[in-house]
Write a protein that binds this ligand. Structure first.
Ligand SMILES: Cc1cc2nc3c(=O)[nH]c(=O)nc-3n(C[C@H](O)[C@H](O)[C@H](O)COP(=O)(O)OP(=O)(O)OC[C@H]3O[C@@H](n4cnc5c(N)ncnc54)[C@H](O)[C@@H]3O)c2cc1C
Length: 459
């Protein structure tokens, strides 16, 4: 083992938050080492948010073109996944090469080390036999890895995860998606719109189990309209792969055995935090814990901060970036807000989009709040009616009646994630419901459905 190299800060894992924090800490004058064993920037730019949203943007364009018949005449649609693949390869990921990100990091003054980093005690990190002693400390931003459920035959088969699906040059003719969370439903819809015959298998009684049931119903209707076969409440019992074909044995919601055949299986049924191999035990933390516990300044232990998916506060890029800002301020001694989680926004980028913030109705009731609920269908709003095909959606508000403000909200519809911004502000700032009711909203926006939902809340 070589002697210790003294630095101010080591960042292990350069996901969106770690990359940002390392860059800003170096710009603030600290000597910073950034370590990543894969690609600088993490899952989001190469295999997550960015390529998936490129695919979705393209798929939604196809869907809009198919709506021309109802609204504007006629259009012929000939899907070509090659266009999407080229855009993902050339514009989004630089052919899955992080040279540009590494150069940007180094230009900011960060010393970049490619390799697997692990803690070797408080403020000490080892990478490939070199030890770094970090006077200020260490930031962990190691993210997650896709996992597969323990189904007979699955692990021996060449199943896809998001990393394969978003790097493929060719779409399969048929695909089974295992998992009906945000990633599963987004990719199922995008692939189906490009012509893949998709079946989605979800173990929970409904898709989007973390969202309001009303939101899940709207998305289930949209997926079915896209030709996707939905098997919710189903168990995947066995997977076999032979001669380029998958055969899956599934028991459906009423206990009937179903055999599915497909060219590909995409598993989007969970991710595990990369914390078992980072030396947490050397700083007195449990590597087997489901997440790394942090305080409101993202401190996880002695001279240790943790940010991003591994903190268990929401596996979103915006959460990784938000926590990076909080940790950075603590590290460089700047004033600023601490981390709060009562208004974490999240968006599922299906068509229609599902934007939500804070608690669902069920969570608010479980928390013992005096709950009032208000709902409005977008189709009953002027804009929803004008929009016509593709305009399905709703607004659902969850109010803490005792406190007199919203604690949760859901916005489903075209641009549901954008409409969410107003509701996220209301939940975050605990805006009194009476203040929201007194607010004029532009006509005829989708946002005006919030006014109808507020009126429903008051009834
Ligand atoms: C298909 C898909 C779509 C998504 N879409 C969205 C979206 O639309 N919006 C959104 O907000 N979020 C989305 N996400 C989630 C988002 O990608 C993550 O929340 C985001 O990347 C933040 O993760 P992170 O900062 O924890 O680290 P990650 O991005 O997971 O990066 C962690 C980094 O740490 C490195 N690493 C791990 N262990 C070590 C080690 N020991 N030593 C050195 N390096 C290590 C890894 O190589 C990786 O580069 C999506 C995810 C997927 C899979």
């Amino acid at each position: 083992m070589s002697p210790d190299i003294s630095v101010d800060l080591v960042v292990i894992g350069l996901g969106p938050g770690g990359e940002h924090l390392a860059t800003e800490a170096a710009k603030a004058g600290l000597s910073v080492v950034g370590v990543d064993e894969r690609l600088v920037g993490g899952e989001c730019p190469y295999y997550g948010c960015v390529p998936s949203k490129m695919a979705i943007r393209a798929a939604n364009t196809l869907a809009e073109a198919r709506r021309v018949g109802t609204l504007a005449g006629a259009a012929e649609v000939a899907p070509d996944w090659g266009t999407v693949f080229t855009r993902i390869r050339d514009e989004a990921t630089d052919d899955w090469d992080d040279r540009v990100a590494v150069e940007r990091l180094e230009k900011a003054g960060v010393r970049f080390v490619r390799g697997h980093g692990r803690l070797a005690g408080p403020g000490v990190v080892e990478v490939a036999g070199t030890r770094y002693a970090a006077a200020r400390g260490v930031v962990l931003n190691t993210g997650t890895t896709p996992t597969a459920p323990p189904v007979d035959g699955l692990s021996d088969s060449p199943y896809w995860t998001n990393r394969d699906a978003l790097a493929t040059a060719q779409l399969p003719a048929s695909m089974v998606v295992v998992g009906g969370g945000a990633i599963g439903v987004e990719l199922a819809q995008a692939f189906a719109r490009f012509g893949t015959r998709v079946t989605l298998v979800e173990a929970a009684p409904r898709i989007l189990a973390a969202e309001e049931p009303e939101a899940a119903d709207v998305v289930a209707g949209a997926l079915t309209a896209d030709g996707i076969q939905l098997l919710a409440g189903a168990s995947l019992d066995r997977v076999r792969h032979a001669e380029g074909q998958f055969t899956l044995a599934v028991t459906d919601a009423v206990g009937t055995g179903v055999e599915l055949r497909a060219d590909r299986v995409l598993v989007a049924a969970g991710r595990r935090p990369n914390i078992t191999e980072v030396g947490l035990d050397t700083v007195g933390l449990d590597p087997g814990a489901p997440a790394v516990d942090t305080d409101e300044r993202m401190r996880a232990g002695e001279r240790l901060w943790a940010i991003g998916d591994i903190t268990g506060k929401g596996a979103f890029t915006h959460m990784s970036m938000y926590q990076a800002g909080v940790a950075l301020r603590d590290i460089v001694g700047r004033e600023g807000h601490a981390a709060e989680y009562h208004a974490v926004p999240r968006v599922t980028y299906t068509d229609p989009e599902v934007g939500s913030v804070g608690m669902t109705e069920e969570q608010a009731r479980e928390a013992g709040l005096d709950v009032a609920v208000g709902c409005a269908a977008l189709s009953a709003s002027t804009r929803g009616w004008i929009h016509g095909p593709g305009g399905d959606g709703l607004i659902k508000l969850v109010e803490d009646r005792g406190a007199g403000h919203l604690v949760g909200a859901t916005s489903v519809g075209p641009m549901g994630g954008e409409v969410l911004a107003m509701l996220a502000t209301a939940v975050h700032a605990r805006v009194p419901t009476a203040t929201l009711e007194a607010m004029p909203l532009a006509y005829p926006t989708f946002t005006r459905a919030v006014e109808t939902a507020l009126a429903d809340l008051a009834d």
